[in-house]
Design a protein around this ligand. Sequence first.
Ligand SMILES: NC(=O)c1ccc[n+]([C@@H]2O[C@H](COP(=O)([O-])OP(=O)(O)OC[C@H]3O[C@@H](n4cnc5c(N)ncnc54)[C@H](OP(=O)(O)O)[C@@H]3O)[C@@H](O)[C@H]2O)c1
Length: 153
Amino acid sequence: MLVSSQSSTVGPAIPIAIHISDRIPEIEYHPYVLAHLDPVMDLHKKYNIVVQSYGPLSPVVRHPTGGTLKPVLKRIAERLSKDSGKEVDESGVLLLWTMQKGAVALTSSSKEERIKKFADTETLPELTKEEIDEIDKAGRKVHFRGYVSCSRS
Ligand SMILES: NC(=O)c1ccc[n+]([C@@H]2O[C@H](COP(=O)([O-])OP(=O)(O)OC[C@H]3O[C@@H](n4cnc5c(N)ncnc54)[C@H](OP(=O)(O)O)[C@@H]3O)[C@@H](O)[C@H]2O)c1
């Protein structure tokens, strides 16, 4: 599932959905926190707790260089674009990855076109198991959080 909410740092945005439930925990979740959050995600899975992932695009929009994931996401975006006939970028790949990992992708945008594109993510082909494994492997090589100041690449 994909949720887009209004960004607090910009002007008016178009919310697709604001909130699902107050009982759904929100954590920063993307491939660059994977190694640290595996035990947390395993625990959530064990107790059937759905997690909302905020900052899912951090590897693309916040990491200073894009890191080890950059070429991997680019190649997968090209594969998805070719197979779907739609223009898929690295953000689309990360949102698919988040959803296929079982989390709710909580994203935001101030731009109508981007929000439409986010919503269209749910119509894209799925990532293959090999692609998910490749993203996981590249993600585990870096620890980076977009919402704390003590991150390192
Ligand atoms: N519970 C918590 O502690 C907590 C913490 C943080 C956030 N949140 C919630 O989670 C929501 C989503 O988090 P997030 O906003 O960090 O999600 P995100 O999906 O990681 O980032 C969305 C941001 O990335 C930008 N963006 C998207 N695609 C881009 C691209 N291709 N190139 C450049 N910039 C791009 C958007 O800017 P544009 O406006 O330019 O499209 C938007 O500002 C927030 O709105 C907030 O409600 C909760």
